[in-house]
Design a protein. Sequence first.
Length: 348
Amino acid sequence: MLISVLVDTYNHERFLRDALDSVLGQEGLGAHDVEVIVVDDGSTDSTPELVRAYADRVRYVRKSNGGQASAFNAGIPLCNGELIALLDGDDWWHPKKLATVIDQFTRDPSLVAVGHGYFEVDQVAERTYEVRPDRLLDLHLGSKLKASELARNMAYLGTSRLTARRDVLVSLLDVPVELVFEADEYLFTLLPACGRVAVLAECLTFYRIHGGNLYHSSRTGRAPAAMESRLKAKARIFACLSATIRSALSGRGLAPEIVDTVLAPLEVAATRLRLQADGGGRWENFLSEARAARLAKPRLSLKDVLILAVSLSLTILLSPKRFFSIRSSYSGSAMRRVLRGAVSGDER
């Protein structure tokens, strides 16, 4: 079975060699079993020269800078494999990643996609830890219960963890070009509407957090003006993502309660980002934080209730911008852990 690896990259000269070496060093596969396509989204560093050293094994496609969605739209149609595995240029894979994923597709031909656990390598905080489910997950959108399960486990389907059948991915194009990042969430939220998705318990990707991550800009120690610009951009992206996914899922005839359930964490994240970036009403912030708490922990202990009561009181007493400023200051606190869960926008 031919599998295509689509590497999207932008100014990843410090990391891209790790990514490509991890692909070309996959165990249990021959050189003719893997097609590697690198889509360079207009890098201004030495990415072209770096990839040139892999010219005998890698197809290099350079385009003008347009973001992750445009890279997917350009690269997915070029892939010839029955399966397409996505990889960000700043991440890398376990040597058995592709063989393990192919084996899962072979044993269960009904699957449209496979994800898995990962190692989060936080170079900002200088720590690495495992993020994995405790069992094999079978995800789809056939019921409200399964939609809720999908919403809780989307982290295992992001770029560098996601492998999908080519024909299904092609059917989901074009990804809205406004999604300069988070375009993978558009794909992995729609894939379970096309069929069954498995999530393996193994950690098969090394997901790198560093100073240049578009998504994790809040961890990078940037100047306030740059941080505010990133925050506003992130708020726009999440608003677009929420609206376009809702439209696409509804267009596929899914019941409104299923659409509402799978989109609830994303919509909470979008609201939080908008309130944090642009401000808004205190009552809206109260309702948003109450919804976030219900999603994160449907059943609260007495301690959780007390912490939540304090937090919700602050949403009424403080402006949203001030509330989120204080909230971020206590990012390691019990309040933060209770409220963020799967919906914080920091761990999605």
